[in-house]
Design a protein around this ligand. Structure first.
Ligand code: FES
Ligand code: FES
Length: 169
């Protein structure tokens, strides 16, 4: 890493934010250390575990492998941007309901990878779910409950899209 500084601007969870970053600094480092968004986790730091997954211009990426300067001008979505304690995203609710969370370390990355999938494919097959989640590792739950949670959330998201949300209006 050098001392050379660059200014980048991100559309971060819907807000325009600018950061001074170093050459070689990762997007994960910017999110955690400069933006204070610690949902994306630093697991392997090598692109192998998926704990750092965020959505960059609509695609799930390992933010530990993305140079911050290359994210300049792009949209970044993190776990902090998709739900709240009072109003969890359907994926967050489904992970809780399905028992797909134990230690929780992998969960933000899992949910962002799953959200990128459902955003582009609201009706994924089990095989498509497995493929989309293949870069996200979980040491606790096994993968069955995670797949169940994604299938449950897909039904909820699809029902919203079809205007069948009943009394939620
Ligand atoms: S911390 Fe980025 S893939 Fe493991
Ligand atoms: S819940 Fe612990 S690593 Fe997945």
């Amino acid at each position: 890493m050098t001392d050379k500084q660059y200014q980048i601007t991100l559309k971060l969870n819907g807000q325009t934010r600018s950061f001074e970053v170093e050459e070689g600094e990762t997007l994960l480092h910017v999110l955690r250390e400069r933006a204070g968004l610690t949902g994306a986790k630093k697991g392997c730091d090598l692109g192998e575990c998926g704990a750092c997954t965020v959505i960059l211009d609509g695609r799930a990426v390992n933010s530990c492998c993305v140079f911050a300067v290359s994210a300049d001008g792009k949209q970044v979505e993190t776990i902090e941007g998709i739900g709240s304690e009072e109003h969890p995203h359907p994926l967050q609710q489904a992970f809780m309901d399905a028992g797909a969370i134990q230690c929780g370390f992998c969960t933000p990355g899992m949910i962002m990878a799953a959200k990128a999938l459902l955003d582009r494919n609201p009706h994924p097959t089990r095989e498509e779910v497995r493929q989309a989640m293949s870069g996200n590792l979980c040491r606790c739950t096994g993968y069955e409950k995670i797949e169940q949670a994604i299938a449950m959330a897909a039904e909820v998201v699809a029902s919203y899209a079809e205007g069948k949300e009943g009394d939620r209006a």
